[in-house]
Every structure is written in C-alpha cells, then in structure tokens.
Write a new protein. Structure first.
Length: 106
C-alpha cells in the first residue's frame, strides 16, 4: 500500500478517488503522552480501512487528536490519535464507461 502525505503518488500514476477515510488508535486519558506508537497504530488501522475499500494507495495522510470530555457524568476526559486520508484506486489501462482518471504531477 503506497501512502503519501501529499496528494501525489510516486511515478505520477493515474488514479481514481474512492473517498476520505479515518481510523483511530485507542482512547487514552488526557495528559497521557500520545507517542509514535499511537500514530503507528492509527496509520495501520487506516491502511486496513483502505484495504477494505480495495484501495491501492492513500493520499493526503494527516494526523489529528480527537477528544471527548465526560465531566457531565463524572468520567475522565479522553483523547486519541486519528489518521485521515483519501483512499485511491490506480487506473487501469482500459477505462470503463469513458471515466477519466486523475493525474497529479508534472
């Protein structure tokens, strides 16, 4: 699975956008350091999500921190690392139905 933080793929391959996807690591108490392990877990979950959609790559990879405050019910505030991106499918040589693939690059 090719993953890119930009909206470009190596070799400037033509591709179709499948859609925006998001996956998260585990919830942790606010104030607990969210390290590289959480980012890696979120990225691995995002790749599994893309594979479920039969994607060949993910572009526009980004990370964010989601949070929830449970003070209304006496719970501890929580946060988790989330990975987001756009799942894409590489274009085939023969296009079906006149569809036109996207090409990003020079």
């Amino acid at each position: 699975m090719q993953v890119s933080r930009s909206h470009r793929l190596e070799g400037a391959r033509c591709h179709y956008l499948i859609g925006r996807i998001k996956a998260c690591a585990v919830w942790r108490a606010v104030g607990t350091a969210a390290g590289e392990d959480d980012r890696l877990a979120a990225l691995q979950a995002l790749i599994r999500e893309a594979q479920d959609y039969d994607a060949d790559a993910i572009i526009g990879l980004d990370f964010e921190v989601d949070g929830v405050s449970c003070v209304d019910i006496g719970g501890a505030p929580l946060q988790r690392v989330a990975a987001t991106g756009i799942a894409v499918k590489f274009a085939q040589e023969r296009l079906i139905g006149g569809a036109r693939p996207l090409r990003h690059g020079p």
